[in-house]
Design a binder for this molecule. Structure first.
Ligand code: URA
Length: 205
């Protein structure tokens, strides 16, 4: 039988990648995590959103952005008029890095080596999805994609060209919204996130 054109093979290619990534041992983070949390969404997505790494709930569910940060992202996407089902959502690092404190598992930032090792998977996702626009959620994703530290307070919401030449924008991480100490700053941060997502959407038109 004739091979199907690559476009219709995209979802199968992503499924194959996810299966491969489930056995990833490229860095030590797999040891303490429940499972690999691979990206999720249609291979035809025009937008790819890249977060930092799965959190506690994502680690258990095996899906990106389903915990508290995911709820914030869902609300922001809805306010920006973007259908999450049409977006490919993934993370710079695909295992939950944490420290056990009593019964709680406390999030720890992935280091440069872990981000570098996991770039292997992000590059494969990018090659299959070929998004028209990449949205970096937070400083870790921004650095992974840009190859340098981005000052998000200044650089968020602007069209940029990431290190591999892909078009995108960087915005604040949904978890950063949750970490704001008072309602006023939390609402302001959320409004920035929504604005940036609107910008992203406008860049596609
Ligand atoms: N934070 C992230 O960066 N990614 C997730 O999937 C969940 C929380």
């Amino acid at each position: 039988p004739l091979a199907e054109p690559p476009s219709s093979n995209g979802n199968a290619a992503l499924a194959a990648l996810a299966e491969e990534a489930a056995a990833c041992r490229r860095c030590p983070l797999y040891r303490d995590a429940t499972q690999t949390v691979f990206g999720e969404g249609p291979a035809t997505a025009a937008i790819m959103m890249v977060g930092e790494q799965p959190g506690d709930q994502e680690d258990h569910a095996g899906r990106p952005f389903v915990g508290p940060a995911g709820k914030v992202l869902d609300r922001a996407l809805a306010e920006a008029g973007i259908d999450r089902g049409a977006v490919y959502v993934t993370n710079a690092v695909k295992h939950f890095k944490h420290e056990q404190r009593g019964k709680r598992r406390i999030h720890q930032k992935p280091n440069a080596g872990e981000i570098q090792q996991c770039r292997w998977w992000l590059d494969r996702e990018l090659a299959v999805v070929e998004p028209a626009l990449v949205v970096a959620l937070g400083a870790t994703a921004a650095k992974a994609l840009m190859g340098r530290t981005m000052v998000l307070s200044r650089e968020h919401g602007r069209p940029v060209s990431f290190a591999d030449g892909r078009r995108g924008i960087a915005t604040i991480h949904p978890s950063a919204v949750l970490r704001m100490r008072d309602d006023t700053s939390r609402e302001a941060a959320f409004a920035d996130l929504v604005d940036d997502l609107r910008q992203a959407s406008a860049l596609l038109r």
